[in-house]
Design a binder for this molecule. Structure first.
Ligand code: GLN
Length: 548
């Protein structure tokens, strides 16, 4: 029997529903249950693949090649589990399948109605997740904020499911309690309104997860309890934390796990977040030696604000590996476009222990990234290229070492004479017909590794499988030239003979991957390549320490 826990958000967006969902899942998993999670995004896009990262943060990719919301990445990282297309839903996906069914006469000539058939389709998707992941619990995160009209049909599906299987459905409302600076007092009114809005959708929350800058005190818990119809012990305090990984531990302090089980009439179980607690201890330990990682990118400036969301998995992968070495990750954003305007500025990379060029699309910032890569290569600074970061490392090497001065990627120049990175054959027709959605080389593909390479040293096996998201690839006709000049192709996809990993041997760490290793790094299981990169970065730090 599967139980469903819906997690909705109130008051403001960005209140931390995703991490709350993942944390509740972690707690139940640690009590020995099989847990699955689903993200529902209210937007009409069929998937996140066509969204600009500045618009919606990182596009996460699952093994089966689904381009989805970054919260699915949070679920994978917290639960240390692989998810798939079943774990992600959007308004676009729901309508697409309802319309396809209607065209196939699957509704038997009935009028297909928004208020009826759309929630039914959502419910059938929820049941699919339960079956697919053999879940005791399915956590369902409803995107958006209660009171929006965009997610009303998802709340309607939740209400209907509750109506049908009463005691097997619970609702958690994650709200925000502001402490206005001029008042210096935590206010509960917005939460009361959010609960009213949820009530208007026919839903009574079982738990209120009260996000705030501080712990929620007893008088306020009682007030929320009185006005919102929940027991005071079901108003769970979730204050701001330094690291999101503390949250499962904090929620367990409030005994959330057993309160959930109680409501489902399941006997309480021992808390056991042993591994997780150990991790949180390492994260919180003060005075760890810092390791400085620079990320040269472009998807992080919006007006006066710097957003880290676009590279979320890269950051988390760096952190996980740094913590494994009991180091404090210090991650800095470096603007590729600045290096184009002012090439001298690239010398600032000297201060870093390691540099990453992450994934990216289009020409903006590309020449700046190439300058950064050249600097890292010639100055022996550990360099890790992810997808575009591999492609640009090859362009840089072709130009500056092999002497192919006009080497570039077809992505930046349709008429390139020397496209060392070229469009993949099967992509040509797709691009010509503007079929952009879900058509990249997506998801997990195999690679075979060459022994005696950095890659093999990290993985300690010759067969790997990693997740992809790209349209361009290393043009094989340039491989000989690259190798003659010392570039090592250390990983190749055996089915298609595509370059998957490239590296340099006369360097402390210089490696790029066509795939995205950051997507499979987990806090309790850092990715082997991130570990190898961080190890090299820490060595550089130590050497510099001796010098300094
Ligand atoms: N734009 C490049 C491609 O499509 C790299 C993609 C990426 O970095 N994810 O091949």
């Amino acid at each position: 029997m599967t139980r469903y826990i819906f997690v909705a958000g109130g008051v403001i967006s960005g209140v931390g529903k995703g991490v709350a969902t993942a944390s509740i899942g972690k707690i139940l998993q640690s009590k020995g249950f099989q847990v699955s999670a689903m993200k529902i995004d209210p937007y009409v896009n069929v998937d996140a693949g066509t969204l600009n990262p500045l618009e919606h943060g990182e596009v996460f990719v699952t093994n089966d090649g689904t381009e989805c919301d970054q919260d699915v990445g949070n679920y994978e990282r917290f639960l240390n589990q692989d998810f798939s297309t079943a774990n992600y839903l959007t308004t676009g996906r729901v309508y697409q399948s309802v319309i396809a069914k209607e065209r196939n006469l699957e509704y038997g000539g009935k009028t297909v109605e928004v208020g009826l058939h759309i929630p039914e389709e959502v419910i059938s998707r929820l049941q699919l997740v339960a079956e697919h992941d053999h879940a005791d619990f399915v956590l369902v995160e409803v995107g958006g904020t209660v009171g929006d009209y965009q997610n009303v049909l998802f709340l309607e599906a939740a209400r209907l499911l509750k109506r049908r299987i009463q005691e097997n459905v619970l609702f958690v409302l994650v709200t925000y309690l502001p402490v206005p600076g001029n008042l210096g007092e935590m206010k509960t009114k917005p939460t009361q309104h959010a609960v009213r809005a949820l009530n208007a959708a026919g839903i009574q929350p079982d738990f209120i997860l009260a996000r705030s800058a501080f712990l929620v005190d007893e008088p306020r818990k009682r007030k929320i309890s009185d006005f919102c119809n929940v027991d005071p012990q079901d108003v769970i305090s979730a204050p701001d934390v330094e690291s999101i990984y503390e949250i499962p531990v904090n929620l367990e302090e409030e005994d959330l796990g057993n309160r959930i089980l109680e409501k489902f009439h399941i006997k309480p179980r021992e808390k056991d977040l042993a591994d997780w607690r150990k991790l949180v201890e390492v994260i919180g330990k003060k005075g760890k030696p810092e390791v400085r990682i620079g990320i040269v990118g472009k998807y992080f400036e919006i007006g006066d604000f710097t957003l880290m969301d676009s590279y979320l998995s890269v950051i988390e992968a760096c952190k996980a590996a740094a913590w494994r070495f009991s180091s404090e990750p210090k991650i800095t954003w470096l603007s590729a476009e600045q290096y184009e305007k002012n090439p001298e500025q690239v010398q600032e990379l000297e201060q870093y222990d390691g540099v990453i060029v992450p994934g990216g699309f289009g020409t903006r910032g590309v020449e700046g990234k190439i300058k950064a890569i050249e600097y890292c290569r010639t100055r022996q600074i550990p360099y890790f290229g992810l997808c575009l970061g591999l492609q640009l490392a090859i362009i840089e090497f072709a130009r500056n070492v092999c002497g192919v001065k006009d080497a570039t990627s077809r992505e930046f120049d349709a008429d390139a004479e020397n496209p060392v990175i070229d469009v993949m054959e099967e992509q040509k027709a797709l691009l010509a017909e503007k079929k952009y959605g879900a058509t990249m080389r997506l998801g997990a593909y195999e690679a075979e590794l060459k022994k005696d390479t950095i890659a093999y040293g990290a993985y300690k096996t010759t067969k790997i499988s990693e997740r992809h998201r790209h349209r361009y690839e290393v043009e094989n006709s340039y491989r000989d030239l690259l190798e003659q000049h010392g570039f090592v192709i250390s990983g190749v996809n055996p089915q298609r003979n595509l370059v998957e990993i490239g590296e340099l041997s006369n360097h402390p760490f210089f490696l790029g991957t066509q795939f995205h290793p950051e997507l499979t790094s987990r806090p309790l299981q850092p990715h082997p390549l991130f570990l190898a990169f961080l190890e090299a970065a820490i060595k550089r730090r130590e050497k510099q320490g001796q010098r300094g």
